[in-house]
Design a protein around this ligand. Structure first.
Ligand SMILES: *Cc1c(COP(=O)(O)O)cnc(C)c1O
Length: 367
């Protein structure tokens, strides 16, 4: 079987170092908020070229806590509107509603699946206070345009970089474009821990300071609470794993690009539309997502050929039970995309032969 992604294979390549890291943490007797966290935060901040990185429990918390911190700082308040792509993973929208802000769902660019900067203006109201672009599937959104628009209209920008570790435009990486950025290190992400983990990156000292408290019960000094905070910390053992894995991230991205380029060169079936790449370095290929009007048939056919595929995502946020208030909205492009997308196997350890097999099976697919 050709697996969608073998995490076992990915982590196996550095198993010795991961086990050493685990042993180091076990032997240290210190398991939360210690040197491993500080050391990873420093390295990841350098990697993203930002002043601050703050580890948190997961990617959703990274987004929720950043918005929360802006509320504490008086930059956002209940009811403020946040422009967000309609076709994102639900976490991006949850981060907004969890804070009693209003998500304004914007249709994506058809070619890149990312937030369409040309549509921002028509959604702008007096209550619009922020933009939450998502670098979907690993490709950076059009940040030069989005940031320009934000600057003109005095909006905060919170990047959802959960799928795009290391993607860049003009050498400027995901996590360094917005006023702040949320990362997920969920095991299946391009930089994945061996459990849940996440981080916020920012150049804003004040924001970093508030976040430092919020993630730890609202406290910076033990038993002195400045905010009504939460417990959202990144464990030492996960930080130690992430430090190991960060060393290999760029190499793994290069290998993902190789798989993607092999797909792009080989896929010739006119029933299957391949993803659009703006620039090589802008895409880190978290997912390789094709579009077809024959999705169910293609997925079944591939499954019968021993090829595992997934759908990212089958139901858009505005059609979820959880968001009944948005169910009647009409977002035709978002809805069409959700009916047609199919994610092919991709990962740093996928072999050329396996990619070739997927290509040849898809090329002989008939509707
Ligand atoms: C994975 C993901 C998240 C959430 O990350 P978790 O660590 O699972 O909480 C948020 N946004 C996007 C786009 C994601 O892909």
């Amino acid at each position: 079987m050709i697996e969608f992604l073998s995490l076992k294979d990915v982590n196996n390549e550095m198993a010795l170092e991961l086990k050493e890291a685990a042993n180091r943490v076990i032997d240290s007797g210190w398991y939360i908020s210690g040197n491993e966290l500080g050391s990873f935060e420093k390295k990841f901040a350098e990697y993203c070229c930002v002043k601050h990185c703050l580890g948190v429990a997961n990617g959703l918390d990274a987004l929720i806590l950043t918005i929360r911190a802006w509320k504490e700082l008086g930059k956002l308040k209940d009811g403020d509107e946040v422009l967000v792509p309609a076709n994102t993973y639900i976490a991006s929208v949850l981060a907004i509603t969890e804070n009693n802000l209003k998500p304004v769902l914007v249709e994506p660019e058809e070619k890149t699946f990312n937030l369409n900067p040309e549509l921002l203006k028509q959604h702008l109201t007096a209550r619009t206070k922020a933009i939450l672009p998502v670098h979907l599937y690993g490709q950076l959104a059009d940040m030069p345009k989005i940031c320009q628009f934000a600057k003109e209209h005095n909006l905060l920008v919170l990047e959802d970089s959960a799928q795009s570790h290391g993607a860049s435009i003009d050498g400027k990486r995901a996590g360094s474009w917005g006023d702040a950025s949320g990362f997920s290190f969920y095991p299946g992400k391009n930089l994945g821990a061996l459990g849940d983990a996440g981080a916020i990156t920012t150049n804003d000292d004040q924001l970093a300071d508030v976040l430092m408290s919020l993630r730890n019960y609202g406290s910076k000094q033990k038993y002195k609470n400045d905010f009504v905070g939460v417990n959202s910390r990144l464990d030492e053992i996960q930080a130690a794993f992430l430090s190991v894995k960060l060393k290999y991230l760029d190499d793994q991205t290069a290998r993902r690009r190789k798989v993607a380029n092999q797909y792009l060169a080989g896929l010739k079936n006119t029933l299957v539309q391949v993803p659009h790449v703006v620039r090589q370095e802008q895409h880190v290929w978290h997912l390789f997502v094709v579009r077809t009007t024959h999705r169910e048939k293609l997925q079944t056919y591939l499954k019968e050929s021993g090829i595992q595929t997934l759908i990212h995502y089958p139901i858009p946020p505005h059609k979820q039970q959880a968001y009944k208030e948005f169910n009647s909205m009409s977002l035709p492009l978002t809805e069409k995309i959700h009916e047609e997308v199919l994610s092919l196997p991709i990962g740093p350890t996928m072999s050329q032969i396996d990619v070739e097999t997927v290509i040849s099976r898809i090329n002989s697919f008939r509707a």
